[in-house]
Write a protein that binds this ligand. Structure first.
Ligand SMILES: NC(=O)c1ccc[n+]([C@@H]2O[C@H](COP(=O)([O-])OP(=O)(O)OC[C@H]3O[C@@H](n4cnc5c(N)ncnc54)[C@H](OP(=O)(O)O)[C@@H]3O)[C@@H](O)[C@H]2O)c1
Length: 332
């Protein structure tokens, strides 16, 4: 397993991160023995970063992860790095600090920890603050970050960041405030715009949301990049089939308007498998993401242990070679 710096935090994380969300679904809908066995196997294989959120399964993911890590004897401040998130509701407008504090304290209770390594804002960014539409401004985010700073002084969090979804101007501005340690950035074969220049949003050359090379801006500002949607919610596995514990048909983020179209578009990258450079489309997708040097860790949402093992095998094969990346970049 390769380990990369988590931006300027001084922490190192495995290049494959364990997604504990509802899409892969294991930590939310899986049986506890399956959760325990898969998390234990992940740690055995060298995975050290686990990403959860208060939202996932309405707290179930945090509770499961905390219980398993305690059972496995993975102490706080040890090799396992835990990240969780705060999602503000519209009722938090005007009382951001109180809402963030209550959310973090709830997460710590469910995780059974005194402190969390990374805490992240889990709402969408916008040019102006419109909490009723789940759109929060950079000023709102800075208020959240100031609260995280106070929570750090109380020993409740170590580092903090945000989710890079929403208005790209606001995301880029947030990355340059110097007040954030990490970004969760949507980056995959279908929508690589966070990591390389593409045509204008909605244009014929690039029809999807343009994340304006947020990963490169993060890297230049010492902000750690945690890649999300590495498999486009599963579409980049190239099949419409879903595992029973997975979310049935995830809504695409930043790509086509429906999951079936993402699955169809994923076939454009099958040449990499057909030519023998990789064993599966999922492997191509995972190795594509870790090929970006500014990505600290690529989160993959797993439904079961075999998917985890396949994801580990993919990262063990390392980044894709440059000539192949150039051909991938030319795919339309
Ligand atoms: N901050 C945010 O707003 C945010 C948003 C999204 C995600 N996240 C984080 O990122 C994590 C990943 O979620 P995601 O939405 O980005 O999903 P994803 O990782 O892009 O896709 C997960 C899906 O990929 C399929 N899969 C996983 N491993 C596979 C393998 N080895 N071979 C073939 N298929 C495989 C599974 O589908 P099947 O089970 O159907 O086979 C699984 O449901 C979440 O758990 C969460 O921690 C954060």
């Amino acid at each position: 397993m390769e380990y990369r710096s988590l931006g300027s935090t001084g922490l190192k994380v495995s290049v494959l991160g364990f997604g504990c969300g509802a899409i892969g679904g294991l930590l939310v809908r899986g049986s506890y023995p399956d959760v325990r066995a898969t998390v234990a196997r992940a740690i055995e294989l060298g995975v050290t970063y686990f990403d959860t959120a208060s939202l996932y399964g309405n707290g179930q993911s945090e509770a499961n992860l905390g219980a398993v890590l305690r059972e496995l004897g993975e102490a706080e401040g040890g090799r396992v790095i835990v990240g969780t998130k705060v999602r503000l509701g519209a009722d938090a407008a005007g009382r951001i600090s109180a809402a963030v504090t209550a959310s973090v304290e709830g997460s710590l209770r469910r995780l059974g920890r005194e402190s969390v390594d990374l805490i992240q804002f889990h709402n969408r960014m916008g040019a102006v603050s419109r909490p009723a539409q789940d759109t929060w401004s950079v000023a709102d985010l800075l208020e959240v970050a100031a609260t995280f700073q106070r929570l750090r002084e109380q020993g409740k969090v170590r580092f903090w960041g945000f989710t890079g979804l929403g208005d790209s101007g606001a995301i880029l501005a947030a990355l340059q405030t110097g007040q954030l340690h990490s970004i969760q950035s949507c980056y995959n074969l279908l929508n690589p715009s966070a990591g390389r220049a593409v045509g204008p949003a909605g244009g014929s050359d690039f029809p999807y949301e343009n994340y304006s090379q947020a990963i490169d801006v993060a890297g230049a500002n010492g902000v750690a990049v945690i890649a999300i949607r590495v498999l486009a919610g599963g579409a980049l596995a190239g099949t419409l089939d879903r595992h029973p514990v997975a979310a049935p048909t995830p809504n695409p983020i930043g790509s086509a308007t429906d999951y079936a179209s993402d699955v169809a578009h994923a076939q454009r990258f099958r040449f990499v498998v057909d030519e023998g450079h990789a064993d599966s489309l999922a492997e191509v997708a995972i190795r594509f993401v870790i090929s970006h040097p500014a990505v600290s860790t690529a989160l993959v949402g797993t439904s079961n242990q075999p998917q985890l093992e396949a994801a580990v095998a993919a990262v063990e094969r390392g980044p894709l070679p440059a000539p192949l990346l150039a051909r991938i970049a030319a795919v339309r």
